[in-house]
Design a protein around this ligand. Structure first.
Ligand code: TGC
Ligand code: FAD
Length: 392
């Protein structure tokens, strides 16, 4: 492991394959995470609060919608750069990465891809700076893995749409100024729309009692005869593929992000294993502990190579949803295993908030559930291999 704080685990020198700009992005984001996230994050997790003051800082750093064209306030960067940002943020905490994933992939992406020119000019620049926050409402109380069953509806009244229904488990819900909401119309077609905070009949209560993603806001979106102006419908998309395309962008970012959490756990464990002595030796001298570290480094390295190639496919416009599913499934699972195994290397100390493993482990239980559960990604991969969908 490098002694340089800004350089971290990269056994196969993957960073040598980055452009100068991508290296600079990793260093800048990494430095910010070390300075602004790591020192405060355990405290915010303990009090179960999202550190909202970080939003403006992250906006200034270009952390939101990096792949959005400059014309709309984005940085016009490639998808590998987006992945690098997600990795560095999740090295800090999955909750910070979640906030940024939602803002970038689930709010800015659909406005940019499916929105009107007026919608893009109105919302994207403010989302890019963090002046406004967005959320994404797809999951409902009775429809999680099967979003196509959604019962939230819009009804055309002539002048506007009336929106009724509820969404659940929504990241950023109560702090969001706008929500991208997916609902069915009279023809049972899924439509996307921008619902503004403060609309009559719209509330966003926060969900409490989470042991996971404690430094992230999660809540409901409730719509009781909410008037949605017709100009707020995303005009250029219809059907379930709309939200699923957004998920592909977010799942790609999560595949990179999970590596950040794994690296943070691995690096803390290597350091501890060389400092802590039992039976007259550093515990890192024992073969059982070395195996845990060797397994972790091997899985991190494989995951890094997987996302780098995935990023190239994204940037070449060749990526498939099934390729993204495979990386999300693999990288979150290995990160969760690494969090569990490295925690054991620390013995009792591993359960405290002096070290990051327990927090990452608890966070990763959400990450392995949202954006398609581990099981759903297994089935997506099975569908890809056999051509037979086995979801229903
Ligand atoms: P199915 O018939 O397979 O697909 C409907 C249409 O969508 C297309 N499609 C996709 N397009 C782009 N990207 C993808 N990933 C796509 N998956 C499918 C598909 O080709 C089809 O197009 P068309 O033209 O034929 O209409 O749909 P299905 O109803 O059988 O469902 C399939 C299934 C189960 C894979 C899918 O619904 C699914 O992925 N379920 C998981 C649900 C999920 O991931 N929810 C996430 C909610 S958001 C969230 O968790 C945010 S967390 C944020 C954070 O804090 O970071
Ligand atoms: P269910 O779909 O009820 O699944 C329960 C279990 O059954 C799982 O183990 C699942 O794998 C399994 N299962 C389901 N179907 C099948 C099948 N066909 N075959 C085999 N097994 C199956 N959603 C949003 O829309 N926006 C957000 O911002 C958002 N943020 C979230 C933040 C957090 C912290 C969490 C925890 C969730 C968030 N979600 C969000 C919701 C998330 O996407 C859903 O929780 C997820 O899609 C799973 O849905 P469910 O919880 O209803 O589980």
């Amino acid at each position: 492991m490098s002694t340089n704080q800004l350089k971290h685990t990269d056994h196969y020198l993957v960073e040598d394959l980055f452009t100068a700009e991508q290296k600079m992005i990793r260093e800048t984001m990494g430095e910010w995470v070390n300075k602004s996230v790591k020192p405060i994050i355990e405290d915010y997790c303990e009090k179960s609060e999202f550190p909202i003051h970080l939003v403006k800082e992250l906006g200034e750093l270009g952390g939101f919608g990096p792949f959005i064209p400059e014309k709309y306030g984005g940085a016009g960067l490639d998808y590998i750069s987006y992945g690098i940002i997600m990795q560095e943020l999740e090295r800090g905490d999955s909750g910070i990465r979640s906030m940024a994933s939602v803002q970038s992939s689930l709010v800015m992406y659909p406005i940019n891809s499916f929105g009107s020119e007026v919608q893009k000019m109105k919302y994207l620049p403010k989302l890019a700076t963090g002046e406004i926050i967005g959320c994404f409402g797809l999951t409902e109380p009775d429809y999680g893995s099967d979003p196509g069953g959604m019962i939230t509806r819009i009804k055309d009244t002539g002048d506007y749409y009336l929106l009724n229904g509820a969404k659940m488990w929504i990241t950023n819900s109560s702090i969001a100024d706008i929500a991208i909401v997916w609902a069915k119309d009279a023809n049972d077609e899924v439509k996307g729309m921008i619902v503004e905070k403060g609309s009559e009949g719209f509330s966003a209560p926060e969900t409490h009692g989470k042991w996971s993603l404690r430094a992230s806001v999660t809540g409901e979106l409730v719509f009781d005869n909410v008037k949605v102006p017709k100009e707020n419908i995303l005009p250029n998309i219809s059907g379930l593929k709309g939200p699923l395309k957004c998920l592909s962008s977010a799942r790609y970012g999560i595949a990179w992000g999970a590596i950040g959490a794994a690296i943070d756990c691995y690096e803390a464990a290597v350091k501890y294993s060389l400092e802590r002595k039992q039976f007259g030796k550093p515990i890192g001298a024992f073969q059982l502990q070395q195996k845990k570290l060797a397994d972790a480094l091997t899985e991190i390295t494989k995951a890094q190579l997987l996302v780098l190639r995935l990023g190239q496919l994204c940037d070449e416009g060749k990526v498939t949803a099934a390729q993204i599913s495979m990386a999300k499934r693999n990288n979150v699972e290995i990160a969760l295993t690494i969090a569990r195994e490295t925690r054991q290397i620390l013995g009792a100390m591993g359960i405290t908030n002096d070290y990051p493993m327990m927090r990452h482990m608890m966070n990763l239980e959400s990450v392995i559930t949202y954006e398609g559960t581990h099981d759903i990604h297994t089935l997506i991969t099975g569908h890809e291999i056999t051509g037979i969908p086995s979801f229903r």
